[in-house]
Design a protein around this ligand. Structure first.
Ligand code: EPZ
Length: 415
């Protein structure tokens, strides 16, 4: 069973480069199915979610190739419409392929998607949106078959769901007529996906607002696109610098969408150079308490909640964190408390009573961002930690231990 062995208390120094955003790249890979022409996604991270989605696309006849840092996707020939159940279970973003496949071929057969264990993650918003677009849906409780041709409609989302917004965009780009999505998610990754789709010939407006208009077009064309940098990876390394009291230079950073972090706790220790995409942080190692509540953009991102709570476990005071997006995203707290944190979870709120020290322990990562939070705690803890479940971390962080090691962390992957 693979694990990280982390000896804590090394202050981090040096420079780390951020990858393209996982949650932009994955829907972009699905969007590549919309055209017979080649699509090049630049600076594509070889994280395991990308590799899993490559396998799913391959099952549909899509050819992919990494060329240097770029991923070339060739959907010239679509030879199938069935996504095998074991691959659907691999990752949540498998569901995006459905929307693109429907626009391209008019049919898709799939089962409930997998992904991080964050509590129940239904797909009712996706299915109802596809039905509103005029697709027919047959669901026998195991396999879901969707088919038809989209007609421009108005889709009202009950919650600003990222995945449902993306899937409905992909399922309506070649619809007959125009589609409106009301209460659409506004995440920067969706704005980026829309940028790529419009570069392929789509006609989508309203990006970044809660109201999107998608005018159906006949066909889409190939493109070459550089996705945005990963704001969650950026935030993760910022917190690593703060928790270890280090001085870190983060390059190729998403400086546009990072103020949710830098405003909260970097105060005067962070310099953000927006022009060159560089953030430097010179931390005094002191963690100040703060409260936050996660929510759909522009609220504090839920994907930064576990890393932030790990940091707040060492704050000089009490912090209250409310998780409003997922029903069960505090699973990692048990491991932090085993390491000496004092965090009390009641319903959707975690109260962090800051402690002076954490100590190394044998702990388990149960999901991607919870695993990152546990590793950040281990970097600051006294003594050795053995962190199991590293396969969760590999899903969304490219070369996680290599980048930390280059910053001076004492971390080894043990197979
Ligand atoms: C995307 O997941 C991201 N994943 C998640 O990142 C991120 O945490 C989430 O958006 C919120 O920002 C990718 O982009 C691949 P949602 P998604 O639909 O689309 C409920 C990470 O760590 N819901 O916005 O699954 C759902 O249960 C991952 O990088 C329904 O009830 O998120 C949840 O409570 C984790 N019915 C809430 O909405 C539906 O049909 C938000 O989910 C769909 C969602």
């Amino acid at each position: 069973m693979e694990k990280f062995v982390i000896r804590g208390r090394n202050r981090l120094y040096g420079s780390v480069r951020i990858e393209s955003a996982k949650n932009a790249v994955l829907p972009m890979m699905a969007a590549s199915v919309l055209t017979k022409e080649k699509v090049v996604i630049e600076n594509c991270p070889k994280i395991s979610d990308v590799l899993s989605l490559i396998e799913i696309l391959g099952r549909l006849g899509v050819k992919t190739e990494f060329y240097n840092e770029n991923l070339i996707v060739d959907s010239g020939e679509i030879t199938g419409d069935k996504i095998p159940e074991y691959l659907m279970k691999e990752l949540r973003s498998s569901i995006f392929v459905v929307g693109a496949l429907l626009s391209r071929t008019g049919s898709a057969e799939f089962s409930l998607p997998g992904g991080c264990n964050l509590g129940e993650r239904p797909i009712d918003f996706h299915i109802n949106g596809l039905k509103t677009l005029g697709y027919s849906v047959a669901d026998d409780g195991e396999i879901i078959k969707v088919s038809g041709k989209a007609t421009g409609s108005t889709v009202k989302l009950p919650f600003a769901s990222v995945g449902a917004t993306e899937n409905i965009i992909l399922a309506s780009v070649t619809a007959k007529g125009a589609t409106e999505i009301i209460n659409a998610a506004r995440e920067p990754e969706i704005v980026d996906l829309i940028g790529m789709l419009n570069s392929m010939g789509a006609k989508i407006s309203g990006a970044g607002t809660g109201r999107l208009s998608i005018e159906g077009v006949e066909r889409l064309y190939g493109t070459r696109y550089k996705p945005m940098s990963d704001r969650i990876e950026t935030g993760t390394y910022l917190i690593a610098a703060v928790m270890t009291g280090g001085k870190v230079r983060i390059t190729n950073a998403d400086t546009e969408n990072i103020s949710f972090i830098t405003d909260k706790f970097c105060n005067n220790t962070c310099k953000v150079d927006r022009i060159n995409g560089i953030i430097t942080i010179n931390s005094d190692g002191k963690v100040r308490p703060f409260d936050f509540s996660t929510g759909p953009f522009p609220a504090f991102p839920t994907d930064m909640q576990p890393q932030s709570v790990a940091m707040l476990s060492l704050a000089g005071g009490i912090s209250r964190v409310k998780e409003t997006v997922f029903k069960n995203r505090f699973g990692y707290v048990e491991s932090l408390n085993k390491m000496g944190a004092a965090i009390k979870v009641e319903g959707d709120t975690a109260t962090c009573y800051g402690v002076r020290r954490l100590h190394g322990e044998t702990v388990w990562a149960g999901d991607l961002r919870g695993g990152a939070g546990i590793c950040l705690a281990a970097l600051a803890a006294e003594g050795d930690s053995h962190v199991y479940g590293v396969e969760h971390i590999d899903r969304g962080y490219y070369a996680f231990e290599g980048k930390l090691k280059s910053l001076g962390a004492d971390i080894e992957r043990i197979y």
